[in-house]
Design a protein around this ligand. Structure first.
Ligand SMILES: C[S@@+](CC[C@H](N)C(=O)[O-])C[C@H]1O[C@@H](n2cnc3c(N)ncnc32)[C@H](O)[C@@H]1O
Length: 439
């Protein structure tokens, strides 16, 4: 706004609000309480019109247009050429919240939430950063290293001191910290991304995503979760689609070790929970053996996320005393569904990786002694916008494999607990067949 001239045309409370806002900027304000002649607006860069009266608001917009100036008419997006965002001002940090004039109340709510989350003292930390900018660049010319340095200073005692308003004291503390700064060693966070819905991430997982220099992720991780990572973080997909291990497990270990040893903060992001059928245990052991610092951040495993999203209680006491998570994919090609005490009628079975082996699941469970009419919930893409849920009897499970055309991660919930669940979400085989045929 420096060097700009703004014309404010208006009267009453609306105009007073805008006058106060403009007075906090370095712009020069030309004020009119009545509609001016177009010539009077010649020196303005843009025009703000603030009248309660619809006719006056319209006339103000027309006057601005006649003078060839962009105009914002307060609370009237249809008359405006541009919109003015709600501003959160923290010294050098400015946050604008705009709704294109359509939902100013919602924008104000969002602004209030941000106001509460960003302390007023942020502006003081900004001022400290401004004072030290050249010093940061001199000491750490490499941008990744500089990020670590700046973070350690601004989040450390110097930053805290700045927040009290003692900027000189803060600067002295910062210079001491810079003098002894050594780049921190790298580390790996083994993070569970949950089943898909980004709101099912833990707070800790979110913090790791925002702090990590590199994100090494599986194909199963929902793209909306990757969007939450730091914008400039490097992203490396290591595949893990079924039958497409685009990076072999030992190579993933090597990659994690190499990255961490080069000083990077690595987020190893895995679908669900890293320790439930996710080979997280192997990665943890490999990292420890290589003396790399590693921390595990649990996630909501698919069984819990999917069951919750369809309203099926896995241990509803009317149906089950136990729940078993089991993988349909065996280590050396054998089926873990063989030779097990799976037939207990008061147990819920949750089968991972069974979507591509429906016939094997059916045959093995019938052989283990489960009744053919035991209900099964098949949940594909659980907790995601394209979630698909089917309920059928165990014996019918494989009958419609071809029609099902499963392509996303699929979980099977088997047992009396599968009778419950939100019927509005769950299709029968006949409904599914009709729906897929129509598609
Ligand atoms: C390699 S395992 C990884 C499991 C993951 N670590 C967890 O805790 O959920 C992959 C299997 O998890 C299940 N799965 C993961 N996310 C799912 C989702 N959103 N919906 C349904 N099943 C899912 C599927 O059975 C899939 O084949």
């Amino acid at each position: 706004m420096a060097g700009r001239t703004i014309a404010l045309i208006g009267s009453g409370a609306l105009a007073a609000r805008k006058r106060a806002l403009l007075a906090s900027t370095p712009a020069f304000v030309l004020e009119f309480t009545q509609i001016p002649e177009p010539g009077a607006l010649a020196g303005a860069d843009f025009v703000i019109v603030a009248f309660e009266d619809a006719g006056l608001a319209q006339a103000g917009a027309e006057a601005a247009r006649a003078a060839g100036k962009p105009v914002n008419v307060v609370d009237r997006p249809e008359l405006s050429d541009f919109h003015v965002p709600a501003i959160i001002d923290r010294g050098g940090i400015t946050i604008g919240v705009a709704s294109a004039g359509i939902a100013p109340t919602l924008a104000r709510d969002v602004r209030a939430a941000i106001e509460a989350a960003v302390p007023v003292s942020t502006g003081l930390v900004y001022e400290l950063a401004r004072r030290l900018r050249a010093e940061f660049r001199r000491v750490a010319p490499d941008s990744a290293q500089r990020r670590g340095l700046v973070e350690s200073v601004l989040r450390g005692p110097a930053g805290e001191c700045a927040r009290t308003g003692d900027l000189d004291g803060a600067e002295a503390l910062a210079r001491q910290a810079i003098a002894v700064f050594a780049p921190p060693a790298g580390l790996v966070w083994l993070v569970g991304a949950g089943p898909g819905d980004p709101e099912l991430l833990t707070l800790k997982a979110l913090r790791c995503l925002q702090d990590g220099d590199v994100i090494v992720y599986d194909r199963l991780v929902d793209p909306r979760i990757l969007d939450l990572a730091r914008r400039d973080a490097e992203r490396i997909c290591v595949g893990k689609a079924r039958a497409d291990h685009s990076v072999a497990q030992p190579d993933i270990h090597d990659l994690l070790i190499r990255m961490a040893k080069s000083g990077k903060r690595v987020v190893r992001l895995k679908g669900g929970d890293p320790f439930i059928f996710g080979r997280g245990g192997e990665e943890l052991a490999a990292l420890r053996a290589a003396n790399v610092a590693v921390h595990v951040v649990p996630g909501i495993t698919a069984a819990l996320g999917c069951a919750a999203s369809v309203g099926a209680a896995l241990t509803h006491r009317d149906y089950a005393d136990a729940v078993t998570f089991i993988s349909a994919a065996g280590r050396d090609g054998g089926s873990p569904l063989d030779n097990r005490a799976l037939a207990d009628p008061r147990q819920t079975l949750v089968i991972y990786m069974g979507g591509f082996a429906l016939e094997t699941v059916r045959a093995n469970l019938l052989k283990a002694g489960l009744a053919p009419d035991v209900p099964v919930l098949l949940i594909e893409n659980g907790t995601r916008p394209n979630q698909f849920v089917l309920r059928c009897a165990l014996d019918d499970l494989a009958r419609h494999s071809a029609t099902l055309r499963l392509s996303g991660p699929t979980l099977l919930v088997i047992g009396e607990a599968a009778r419950a669940g939100d019927s509005a979400l769950i299709l029968s085989l006949a409904e599914m067949a009709a729906k897929r045929a129509a598609a």
